[in-house]
Write a protein that binds this ligand. Structure first.
Ligand SMILES: *[C@@H]1O[C@H](CO)[C@@H](O)[C@H](O)[C@H]1NC(C)=O
Ligand SMILES: *[C@@H]1O[C@H](CO)[C@@H](O)[C@H](O)[C@H]1NC(C)=O
Ligand SMILES: [Cu+2]
Length: 165
């Protein structure tokens, strides 16, 4: 009996395992770079490529409803219903970019590039954390991804490009 239960669990698991590895032709590519101890995001598909860093919000700057050690100063906005390619790498040690509610946990290795595909199918904020022990501030490199409408996403990209200019 236990053996049959395991086989029954394995069949749907293999399907999901291979679906998670599927790479689709993307509409947008986001490069996620792990650093001790923050994330940097590069979006290079635009006339003015944008790049920004994301740190956790200090406790005394949190507003009502924001989550301690999960909310960040510069969240990543991504358009819903779009095929997004996530590339991860690192500048120092191994990090892992993990956002469970998007089904993503991708190692960020120095000198290497990993890729995965994400399609966000609803609006909202998705939280995650670095999931590879990477040093003293490992617990303080949270991730926040905001699923937004395409028009809002483009406005966001435009605003950052203007700020950087
Ligand atoms: C994504 O790319 C596909 C294929 O090129 C295209 O049909 C679709 O409209 C694109 N979606 C968005 C949101 O740009
Ligand atoms: C990412 O890359 C590393 C080494 O380059 C590899 O061991 C790992 O399995 C890759 N995939 C994921 C999902 O982290
Ligand atoms: Cu890390």
């Amino acid at each position: 009996m236990p053996a049959f239960i395991l086989v029954a669990i394995a069949i749907p698991s293999f399907r999901v395992l291979y679906l998670a590895d599927e790479i689709l032709v993307p509409n947008l590519t986001v490069k996620v770079i792990g650093n001790q101890w923050y994330w940097r995001y590069d979006l290079d598909d635009f006339m003015t490529p944008i790049s920004f860093e994301s740190y956790p919000k200090a406790e005394d700057t949190l507003e009502i409803g924001e989550l301690r050690n999960l909310d960040v100063d510069n969240p990543l906005a991504l358009p819903v219903g779009t095929i997004i390619r996530i590339l991860t790498t690192s500048t120092d040690v191994i990090h892992s970019w993990a956002v469970p509610s998007l089904g993503v946990k991708l190692d960020a290795m120095p000198g290497r590039l990993n890729q995965t595909t994400v399609i966000i199918n609803r609006l909202g904020s998705f939280y995650g954390q670095c999931s590879e022990l990477c040093g003293t501030a490992h617990a303080f490199m949270p991730i926040r991804v905001d699923g937004v409408k395409v028009s809002q996403f483009l406005a966001w990209v435009h605003a950052i490009a203007q700020d950087n200019a």
